[in-house]
Design a protein around this ligand. Sequence first.
Ligand SMILES: C[S@@+](CC[C@H](N)C(=O)[O-])C[C@H]1O[C@@H](n2cnc3c(N)ncnc32)[C@H](O)[C@@H]1O
Length: 333
Amino acid sequence: MTVNAELYRRIIALADLVTPMAVRAAATLRIADHIGEGGQSLVELARCTGARPRPLGKLMDHMVSLNILDFKDGRYHLTDMGSVLRREGTSPWPFEQLDIDGVIGRTELSVIRLMHTLRTGESVYHGMYGTDLWSYINGLEDADDALSSQSQPELAFDVDLLMDHPCWRTASTVVDVGGNTGALVEALLARYPDLCATLLDLPAFAHVARQRFADSGMSDRATVIGRSFFDLLPEGADVYVLSSVLADWDDASAVRLLRNCADAAGKDGRILVSEVCLTEHLQRADTAMALWLEAAMENPDRTVEDISILAAEAGLSVARVDRAPTRMVLELY
Ligand SMILES: C[S@@+](CC[C@H](N)C(=O)[O-])C[C@H]1O[C@@H](n2cnc3c(N)ncnc32)[C@H](O)[C@@H]1O
């Protein structure tokens, strides 16, 4: 069989790893900011990035071939595309995932373990780090700094479905289980002035959340606990929220977590399971992102019915279900 050279070239181009890593390395070194308006020589770029001149020169030449940089009169200059990579004056920087020194950039590299997901069904993070993403981040030596310096995730994906839930009208206490660095608690406390919250997350996330509540003057209404949600949860709150948490866990762990919430909530508390559901939309529009979510989570596609079955295994019943295009909220008791 003769190989069609053009198709061969296209397949190899699709599978290239060098260019994606080169763009990420250039972003991590902040090449665009160092070049700025006036252009920069290789020697000067090596000095201000701390990179070795010879490999840096190869990186710069590849950036020129990609039309991210121009090379004129012994200096590299930004093209229109290269200018977009500048961070200074752009807040939040829209390419945070390209910075290999940052939390998101580091975790994105786990996609090289896609085979692990395909062979085991576990997330790529297990293949890369031997543990789940959150334990890995929590265990980083610079976890607090890394989490504080990245831009805080926005509340998105039809979050109003959760924010407007009728149970907030009567609740005076909430535990946000896996509450990350506090965005949801902050929004709930701002919206419902009589509500007090406890955020529980792994210690590094809890540390950043505590700082956040101190900065926003909410510490008197927001308590923070840094420990695993598989250990004991604070008892007796009116509402326990699990927002975008269950998707990271296999069925057995999800049931364990729901049971933990049920024990803490007792007979009077309610549990709100709020999951973001994107696959249906992405499968039509962005198959790469759908594949990434599959690789990054244990179960990105659970339906209301799937969660109801897990809830029943944990001894919980469904009181109410709300749906929006990218989110579902189940109220359990
Ligand atoms: C996808 S994030 C969801 C964050 C937030 N609830 C939201 O709606 O955006 C999952 C959260 O679960 C936390 N988490 C993971 N494992 C945990 C554990 N064993 N104990 C406590 N929190 C954990 C993570 O640190 C992370 O903040």
